[in-house]
Design a protein around this ligand. Structure first.
Ligand SMILES: *Cc1c(COP(=O)(O)O)cnc(C)c1O
Length: 439
């Protein structure tokens, strides 16, 4: 297993993260347990921002909080000077409860409800990333009701396909997200927004996909959008103040993954935006980005306790852990790949390959196939790295398994930031069956 961030093997020969022994964490907090390397999150947040600071332009780095949202995580994003993307009333509620400044919150989503929109307008969020014409109607109603002017970004789909897994592609034309650029929907939306006093159109947005390892897709998307800006500038003098190029920066889950340093993506974006703006002789727009995975993904590690095993001679050796698709849905959902090691004896030689099964009643509940390990037994703690994004966020109560706890570790200190769910929590919303009415 690759050691990300502050992960090392300590003097006791255990995996240590943030200066804290993971075997002790497993003992103190139980398993499954999500452990976040706070220093690594801070480092990533700074890498993105520093890449912008070298250039003289306005920018915002917004954490896409859907990757991992919790009060403490949002507070950490605020400490690091990030803005925040939210996609639902629940993510907005979390951000507001965390005390995050509303003016740095951007609201995404392809089906925001009137209720969610009202909540966001009342809170005074920074902008709505408008996805469709129906939303524009809802926004207009909300703006009038509250007597407010709403700042908007228009989500466009530029028809650029980033090389990644099909399930998580959102940038191509056949997408449920955003206004289509090629068919003229974006232009129609811009013109209708510009007519309304209740709207302040900040600019344009696109998000071309996820787990992207090249800069080409971002450059192509920006060029495509600028080819339209040229047209709009000539025909009705429209020039965006902000260009949001989305998130999707790749991280290293397994050794085949070869991500670029955050600065490489930013440099490429700045270059194309500056070049294009100069060609059109317009002001260079502010560049906004929205990293999710790349801020928190490699900072997360999940600890499990090894349980039962099943060996089918000459076929496969299954080793089950005390979690699975209830705490990490990505392998079952996307065939996502992970690396792992025994946290209590990471240096021992691997005897053979073991396939790590979850405990849910689904054959597809497999976390890692064919992982080389020293013969595991039920006293071992399995660490699975790089689970920080879309892990806890997608956790669920399938089989009525309580969600795990989450701890932040930094400088030798561990802090519980999400409590483990209890059985009592699981039935909190359940109501008993009505007694039959006797007539
Ligand atoms: C999911 C999403 C992001 C973050 O994507 P990552 O791959 O986690 O960086 C950013 N912007 C939008 C609009 C998204 O939907």
């Amino acid at each position: 297993m690759y050691l990300h961030g502050t992960s090392t093997i300590n003097e006791e020969g255990h995996l240590s993260i943030g200066g804290v022994d993971t075997v002790k964490l497993a003992k103190n907090y139980g398993t499954p347990l999500y452990v976040y390397d706070v220093a690594l999150i801070r480092q990533r947040a700074r890498e993105f921002q520093e890449a912008f600071k070298k250039h003289n332009l306005n920018y915002q780095v917004a954490y896409a909080s859907k990757a991992f949202s919790s009060i403490a995580m949002i507070q950490l994003a605020e400490e690091e000077g990030l803005s925040l993307d939210i996609v639902s009333g629940g993510e907005l509620y979390t951000a507001l409860k965390a005390g995050f400044p509303a003016e740095r919150i951007h609201f995404h989503g392809n089906n925001k409800s009137a209720e969610e929109i009202n909540m966001a307008v009342e809170a005074g969020i920074g902008c709505f990333v408008v996805d469709n014409f129906y939303e524009l109607e809802l926004l207009e109603e909300a703006a009038e009701e509250h007597g407010k002017t709403l700042s908007l970004l228009l989500r466009t789909t530029p028809g650029v396909e980033a090389h990644t897994h099909d399930y998580i592609l959102t940038g191509q034309e056949d997408s449920k997200f955003g206004f289509d650029l090629n068919s003229g929907q974006v232009e129609k939306a811009i013109q209708s927004i510009l007519k309304k006093d209740c709207f302040n159109l900040l600019g344009l947005h696109c998000h071309i996909g996820s787990q992207i390892f090249e800069t080409t897709g971002f450059v192509m998307a920006a060029e495509k959008i600028f080819s339209y800006i040229k047209k709009w500038n000539e025909s009705f003098s429209y020039v965006p103040k902000v260009l949001n190029l989305g998130g999707g920066f790749g991280i290293r889950y397994v050794k085949e993954d070869d991500p670029l340093h955050p600065s490489r993506y930013i440099e490429a974006m700045i270059k194309v935006v500056k070049t294009q703006a100069e060609q059109l002789e317009i002001n260079v727009p502010e560049i906004w980005i929205e990293p999710g995975r790349s801020l928190v993904g490699d900072a997360g590690t999940t600890l499990y306790t090894i349980g039962s095993q099943k060996e089918i001679p000459n076929v496969r050796h299954y080793v089950a852990v005390d979690g699975g698709m209830s705490d990490n849905l990505r392998p079952a959902l996307y065939q996502a790949k992970y690396e792992g090691m025994l946290a209590n004896r990471p240096k021992e030689t691997a005897e053979e390959k073991f396939s790590i099964a979850g405990k849910c009643c689904e054959s597809g509940d497999m976390l890692i196939w064919d992982l080389p390990l020293p013969n595991p037994n039920h006293e071992d703690v399995l660490a699975v790295s790089c689970t920080g994004a879309y892990g806890y966020a997608m956790s669920n109560n399938y089989n009525r398994i309580p969600r795990p706890a989450v701890v932040f570790v930094e400088n030798g200190d561990a802090q519980l930031v999400i409590k483990r769910e209890t059985y009592e929590d699981l039935i909190r919303c359940d109501l008993p069956l009505k007694k039959p009415v006797v007539k």
